[in-house]
Design a protein around this ligand. Structure first.
Ligand code: ADP
Ligand code: ZN
Length: 788
């Protein structure tokens, strides 16, 4: 094997890594270093994953080595490698996750001449004669990308590329500072006197833009004073600090006896190698305080900590509390950060300036070193699963990261996923329980209103009399209410009364949802949008009827029933506006809203002390979905939203409206009996061989042409069946539940059984059909969260 050949992962949806040769002028880059390499007609930045694993016939040369030290710490490189294997994902797409966010380019490098006069008319050398230049500046002057040219000059020893000078790309703040020499200097001219005067007034040190404020012409005088030694320029890097990282310090409450008892084994395990825990704490039991204390201990031990939340926009309180408690060492990886802020936070973590990373799913790849603790809050949340390639589960990756780092993994939830609870039963995770709420309030009382009865009696289809009265009562007492309906929009479909056809998305096999009071028709899958049709697309009939209802309609119904109430809505439609979610939550928190209507977004970990009523408009949404997790999801959602009622010192009440009041998911959510639900649901999973009783691999094959797609799916399923050998079962091919999406037909092949055997067989089948580089139109979902 060529000792100068390295394996490189490219940030492309390709199933293999590629081998390149490192030319003699470069030090051999180690694993985790970025390199610039030719790929077809392009140049791309890849990541060295190690020495070459095979010897290809032809091998291209690395154009440039971009880092002196590995950008990704070794455990993160291991994590990316594991993900590629575990999820059958494109290696380059996994490795991309451990790199800084997009926008960090090689052009940060600074190029300088190394000794001697340039002897030829090379434009690069000439440009550098006046002094070192950033690569990006050179590129602008050169018209053509000078990277390859510079790489050759570097190998010839004629230029040097300095990565470190500006590599992290922080904005530099430049200060002018008076020196001792300034005292002996007689300023020449009024401009110099003005500069010195301004600096003295500022206490001897000021930002250059401040010194020059309103008079940019002072620049020359400043430069001359620098030449004379009266002023020196100091540079400091400016970290763009997101607003959310600022806030008042927080007090540290006395831990309760329950908190102390769950903390004891966690604290004892810190610093002792990998140890996974499942913290089952009912809503309002004080899990956050347990997290904070474990993080504090981790920091004391000189190690760093990760705290994952399902959705950062929905957890402003947690973020503020964390910043208040832990201070400047916290970095928040928020989807609403600007590119610059994101970049700065990444480097703060990489360089150890920040030691605690808080963020959603992808924060599991935060470039912290010496990680001692990985926390996953609300570990049951489906939001942890990424629904595009690589289709990883943030919780599972978090546990693997903890294992690779030798850290404690702490998974917390009031409604643990069946997987995690199963792992706890099997002894893989140590189970900790917080059985009680903080404070004097017990769990809220839950009542079910049987919709079948109230429907017969007529009346409002959205608010039953009990729910409406309960809302009115809260309004009178100046308490707050949450109203859940896990369905956004105004109406769920537009139906033709003459021929019975529904308005459908032209690209997907999905009915259009009506929004904006019924004026706009929207596909929730491909975002197709049109104004609501006036006539049936099928029979041209003009008698169209809106059926079903979503959060928009609920808002309307509440406003009609309680005209004095201040009502707001929180759902995904709102979330498209930057900052809107935070505004609605803040207004509710401040008591400026009486009733908050929303989808599952209102059920997440909020802690609103003045909420005493939670109404679930239709508890059956989701129960009818053709998905093995339908009951689990419903149980979790109802238990979570019920947990929002009655915190602090006010008792809570929950009203569920349902057509299926006898369903076990509803019954057990009312009884808040997690253990009974777990046993009951596990029975179903065992009988049907669904997770956690079995492993699933879901293959979705997409094709423009339906016949072609069906044939491909058939061939792959046949091939997989021949490999099964009793290790797994192959179901399908069948039309996927979403049979058409974005104009493509979708076929599904579902595998149930042993993980390794399934993975090997799927890989072999896909390589046989498509080759080892690209699997076009195939989505492999290992451990799917949903098979819809
Ligand atoms: P969970 O995340 O388990 O639902 P939280 O962490 O939100 O619960 O805690 C519920 C409430 O109890 C919060 O208002 C929190 O500030 C408060 N709390 C938690 N621990 C303590 C404590 N030790 N002493 C006093 N209040 C506490
Ligand atoms: Zn669509």
């Amino acid at each position: 094997m060529d000792p100068r050949a390295v394996e490189v992962a490219l940030p492309l949806p390709l199933q293999s890594t590629f081998t390149y040769r490192v030319p003699d002028g470069f030090d051999l880059p180690s694993r985790g270093v970025r390199v610039l390499v030719p790929f077809g007609p392009r140049r791309v930045i890849g990541l060295v994953t190690g020495p070459a694993v095979s010897r290809p016939e032809t091998m291209k040369d690395v154009v440039e080595v971009l880092d002196e030290v590995p950008l990704a710490p070794p455990p993160l490189m291991d994590l990316a490698a594991w993900m590629g294997e575990h999820y059958l994902a494109a290696p380059g797409e996994c490795y991309r996750l451990v790199l800084p966010p997009a926008g960090v380019r090689a052009s940060r490098a600074v190029v300088r001449l190394t000794g001697g006069e340039p002897s030829d008319a090379d434009p690069v050398l000439q440009a550098l004669q006046a002094g070192p230049l950033p690569l990006s500046t050179l590129a602008k002057r050169m018209r053509r990308d000078p990277t390859a040219r510079i790489a050759r000059l570097r190998r010839e020893g004629r230029v040097e590329v300095d990565q470190d000078l500006a590599r992290p790309g922080f904005r530099q703040l430049r200060f002018a500072v008076l020196t001792a020499a300034a005292a002996d200097l007689k300023p020449r001219g009024r401009a110099q006197a003005e500069v010195l005067g301004r600096l003295t007034a500022a206490g001897g040190r000021a930002l250059i833009p401040d010194v020059l404020r309103d008079r940019p012409s002072l620049r020359g005088a400043l430069d001359r004073l620098v030449e004379q030694g009266a002023i020196v320029i100091e540079e400091e890097r400016a970290v763009r600090t997101p607003e959310m990282l600022e806030g008042p310090a927080r007090l540290r409450p006395e831990a309760t006896a329950d908190q102390v008892s769950v903390l004891e084994p966690v604290l004892a395990a810190l610093g002792q190698g990998f140890a996974p825990f499942l913290l089952h704490g009912v809503t309002g039991s004080g899990k956050t305080e347990v997290y904070f204390r474990a993080i504090e201990r981790t920091l004391e031990q000189g190690r760093s900590a990760l705290l994952l939340v399902p959705e950062i926009a929905l957890t402003p309180l947690l973020v503020r509390a964390a910043v208040g408690r832990l201070g400047r060492v916290v970095s928040v990886l928020h989807s609403e950060l600007s590119v610059g802020e994101r970049h700065d936070q990444w480097w703060r973590l990489r360089e150890g300036d920040a030691r605690v990373a808080i963020g959603a799913r992808s924060a599991v790849f935060a470039p912290l070193t010496e990680v001692g603790l990985v926390i996953v809050d609300e570990e049951h949340e489906a939001a942890y699963k990424q629904d595009e390639s690589p289709r990883y589960h943030g919780r599972d990756v978090a546990v693997m990261r903890a294992r690779l780092e030798g850290a404690v993994a702490l998974l917390g939830s009031a409604t643990p996923s069946l997987e995690s609870n199963h792992n706890a039963h099997a002894g893989k995770y140590r189970r900790l329980v917080l059985p009680r709420r903080i404070g004097s309030q017990g769990m809220a009382r839950v009542d079910v209103v049987d919709r079948r009865q109230t429907l017969k009696a007529g009346g409002d289809p959205i608010l039953t009399p009990s729910l409406r009265d309960a809302l009115a009562e809260r309004l009178q007492r100046k308490e707050q209410s949450l109203l859940l309906l896990n369905r956004r929009g105004y109406a769920t479909s537009l139906l033709c009364r003459e021929c019975g056809m529904q308005a459908m998305c032209p690209n997907c096999s999905v009915a259009l949802t009506l929004h904006k009071g019924g004026r706009v028709a929207l596909c929730h899958y491909c975002a197709y949008e049109t104004s609501a049709p006036r006539a049936c697309g099928s029979c041209q009939g003009e008698y169209l009827r809106l059926t079903g209802y979503g959060t928009e309609k609920v808002l309307e119904a509440v406003r009609a029933a309680l005209p004095t109430a201040r009502v707001e809505r929180l759902d995904r439609d709102l979330a498209v506006r930057r900052g809107a979610v935070a505004r609605v939550l803040a207004s509710f928190e401040a008591g400026e809203t009486d009733i908050l209507v929303g989808t599952q977004m209102i059920a997440k970990g909020h802690d609103f002390p003045r909420v005493t009523l939670v109404g679930v408009v239709d508890a059956d949404v989701g129960l009818g979905l053709p998905d093995f997790r339908a009951a689990e999801r419903t149980f979790q959602l109802l238990t979570q939203v019920a947990g929002r009622a009655g915190r602090a010192d006010l008792p809570g009440e929950v009203i569920l409206q349902s057509h299926l009041p006898d369903h076990y998911a509803l019954q057990l959510a009312c009884a808040q009996d997690y253990d009974a639900f777990f046993d009951r649901e596990m029975e179903f999973r065992r009988t049907m061989a669904y997770p956690p009783a079995a492993t699933l691999v879901n293959l979705i094959l997409r094709a423009r042409d339906s016949t072609e797609g069906a044939a491909a799916a058939d061939a792959i399923a046949t091939r997989l069946r021949s490999q099964a050998a009793g290790n797994f079962r192959v179901l399908g091919p069948a039309f996927a539940p979403l049979a058409r999406l974005r104009q493509e037909h979708r076929f599904q092949v579902l595998l149930k059984g042993r993980r390794k055997a399934m993975r090997d067989a799927v890989r072999a089948a896909l390589v046989e059909r498509y080759g080892s580089v690209r699997w076009p139109g195939v989505a492999v979902d290992v451990d799917p969260v949903t098979i819809m």
